[in-house]
Design a protein around this ligand. Structure first.
Ligand code: PEP
Length: 254
């Protein structure tokens, strides 16, 4: 099977600056020693972004921001704008992560504003969507994802779609050690493709869909082999350099 995976590391609120730099040094050593076929994106906390920018020993390794605010500048205490991220050479941004939706009350309207401002910039958005366990158990998964995609991608120019990635992250699988089964992942990714096709009249067929939810070095190979999985968004297992490098190596499907 030939495919090029996207391996994204969401560090969340972990690693101070020294720890981030130490991780980068070890990652660079691994890059030099091994030939990775995947695209790798590291999402450190804000404080690590500038120090890591432009320091990867591979053109296939990118830096992303876990968050930003959609306004250009002004009285928005505590926020960072997309142009500030562009200025230091950030390539990607996560939008709509379930932790931001639940802990920081980000709603679909705000998520849509973030997606639109990100698409208008040089930064590529990764839109996270996913259902709760209650929604899955009540057969509401497809409906939930449809609503999240419809509102998150409202008024998006289909011509900008090639900048976008979707991360399917069932909430019940994030940080819980519970992974969705191969069948669940395959069929839900197919549903997402169907919804995107409906929304964008078939212009979305190449849009990468990542899976996120307790991916680790034990399950990465099996999940990565699923036909319609284009990569991973990884939280916990991306924090340990050895485990993360192992996952990168397992994703060489060429
Ligand atoms: C995440 O936060 O996006 C995530 C998938 O976390 P974990 O891998 O720890 O489940």
């Amino acid at each position: 099977m030939k495919k090029r995976m996207i391996v994204a590391a969401n560090w969340k609120m972990n690693k101070n600056l020294s720890e981030a730099i130490e991780f980068l040094e070890k990652l660079n050593f691994h890059i030099d020693e091994n030939d990775s076929q995947s695209s790798v994106i590291i999402f450190p906390p804000f404080i690590g972004l500038e120090s890591l920018a432009g320091k990867f020993n591979s053109n296939n390794f990118y830096l992303g921001s876990q968050n930003f605010y959609y306004e250009e500048s002004g009285a928005f205490t505590g926020e960072v704008s997309i142009s500030m991220l562009e200025h230091i050479g950030i390539d990607y941004a996560i939008i709509g992560h379930s932790e931001r939706r639940s802990l920081f009350y980000e709603n679909d309207n705000l998520i849509n504003k973030k997606i639109r401002s990100c698409l208008a910039s040089s930064i590529n958005p990764i839109l996270c969507i996913g259902e709760s366990l209650e929604q899955r158990d009540s057969s509401l998964t497809e409906n939930t994802l449809k609503n999240q995609l419809k509102s998150g991608l409202k008024n998006i120019d289909a011509l900008k779609l090639d900048k976008l990635m979707i991360a399917y992250e069932p909430i019940w699988a994030i940080g819980t050690g519970k992974t969705a089964t191969v069948d669940q992942i395959y069929s839900t990714h197919q549903q997402i493709k169907g919804i995107l096709n409906e929304l964008f009249n078939d212009e979305s067929h190449d849009l990468p869909i990542l899976y996120g939810g307790s991916v680790n070095d034990k399950n990465a190979k099996e999940i990565g082999m699923i036909d319609n999985v284009n990569g991973f968004l990884i939280g916990g297992a991306s924090l340990k350099i050895e485990t993360f490098c192992e996952i990168i190596d397992l994703c060489n499907f060429n």
